[in-house]
Unconditional design. Sequence first.
Length: 343
Amino acid sequence: MSNNKTSQTRIVKRRKRKLRKRVYYVLVPVIILFLTVLTYGAYLYTKADTVLSNSYEDDGKDKSELREEAVDPTEDNVSILIMGVDASDLRNNEGDSRTDTLMVATLNVKDKSVKLLSIPRDSYVYIPEVGYETKINHAHAYGGTEATVETVENLLDIPIDYYVKLNFEAFIDVVDAVDGIEVDVPYELSEQNSEDVAGSIHLLPGVQELNGEEALALARTRKLDNDIERGKRQQEIIKAVVNKAVSVGSVLKYDNIIEAVGSNMTTNMTFGEMKGFINYGTAGTNLDIETLTLKGYDSQPGGAYYWMLDEVALGETKTVLQSHLEIYGSKTAGGLNSTATIK
């Protein structure tokens, strides 16, 4: 009887040892993975803090002049002006560069939705900096970021809370950082590259993967259509980049993405404010982005080309953006009228 008990005890102990080993074999890799993820996350956070903080420039304002109070991206609907500036060491035009791309994104914190408006660069608008009407992309050459923000606010009757200014190198680097994007090329095209080498980018029509240089060529071309279609292509490219960047498969690419963006960007957003937009990227599989543009018609008075805005359509677009921001009212010569409820 005693021998049987001893034997059973040994069996129980062996089973316990085997069970512990199995638990170890399962737990140890999980713990290592957890620590790796934690370490990588801490590394990314530290790098993002350093790199993106270096992109910050103090514009001397704590809010738009069309706001009564400063906004908080975690609590308020906000707007961001995105400027793609055609400036480079090769062209030696940093001081008087024009905006090759202008977009306004409005973000609704409750719906986690984004409306992305493309503004044709040849739009004929009033530029407060100089006091007369001309192409909107001239505003940056006349007065830099401040003049561009003021012009867009005047055009759309909404506050511009934040701005992000990128050069073309950033565009190339970001697309390459996510290992390219899939887009539909509408027609065969031949374009120069970022070094201004004519015909160096050749694309055939159809859905395909594009690298940074190819995506930039597609974003810039307008030889076979117009600025409106060009703006739509740029919106689709941005959507493709954003959705690729927030996908699970891009987690290990965040290091490169942060470096690509941070080294080619200037913004009035602090790192803390940038973190407020994280919940938009984690709201679902794909970020809900609706694209808009400004309708109009071609005009060439005196031989110069302009995109003349349709005033009725412009008014409708203003209403859409104001509603998305939950802003009611518009500007008058003396500022905001009494019905405005801009926070």
